[in-house]
Design a protein around this ligand. Structure first.
Ligand code: COA
Length: 173
């Protein structure tokens, strides 16, 4: 069996359920700390709370957004969520977030999560999508470019008291 088959066999993507809120919060907070160390103020990363994010996930999971998670070896290792776009007038859908824990990266979870949200949005009548990425997050930008998305705009966000440049990547349906 080649490595490609083994990679696919061990990975499950499924829709998130309300009972996943605590696990989603853990993966999101841990992944933020892994990803944004050196990009966001340390105090902001230290202040992120599992309980606070669990509350946010309970609310999100009760709403209309499409949220999926990735399971490898029985552990939730990644998540992605998307919905109607409110940040770019040329796009109908938006990928709000996509995170895979570092220990599980490079095994197909990121692409599979992207595809799951993309398909769910298309089925919901939102065939094109945009995703905003911190300009300094070079690996994520390279990943979206590898998947075929193109830069379609620039902006900035206030995160942890610091204004940071962002780039929008778009997929036209
Ligand atoms: C970016 C991220 C989602 C990619 O997930 P992943 O599970 O590691 O990626 P996959 O294994 O599914 O890779 C899918 C494809 O993208 C390619 N790829 C993955 N990371 C890449 C990178 N940094 N640059 C270029 N290509 C990349 C893979 O080689 C693979 O190519 P193939 O399918 O053609 O063989 C993941 O690394 C991550 O969560 N990073 C930290 C959080 C983050 O920055 N999220 C985005 C915030 S907007």
């Amino acid at each position: 069996m080649g490595p490609e088959l083994a990679r696919v066999r061990d990975l499950t993507i499924r829709r998130a359920r309300p009972s996943d809120a605590a696990a989603l919060a853990r993966v999101q907070v841990d992944s933020w700390r892994e990803t944004y160390r050196g990009m966001l103020p340390e105090s902001h990363l230290a202040a992120l709370s599992y309980a606070g994010h669990e509350r946010l996930w309970r609310r999100t999971l009760a709403g209309p957004n499409a949220t999926f998670l990735a399971v490898i070896g029985g552990q939730i290792v990644g998540l992605a969520s998307g919905g109607r776009c409110r940040s770019h007038q040329a796009f109908s859908g938006e990928l709000h977030l996509l995170y895979v824990l570092r220990s599980a990266q490079g095994r197909g979870a990121g692409r599979a999560l992207f595809d799951a949200v993309h398909y769910a949005l298309a089925v919901a009548g939102l065939p094109d999508l945009v995703v905003w990425v911190l300009a300094a997050n070079r690996p994520a930008r390279a990943f979206y470019e590898h998947l075929g998305l193109e830069p379609v705009g620039e902006g900035s966000s206030l995160l942890g008291g610091v204004r940071l440049k962002e780039v929008a990547y778009g997929w036209r349906g």
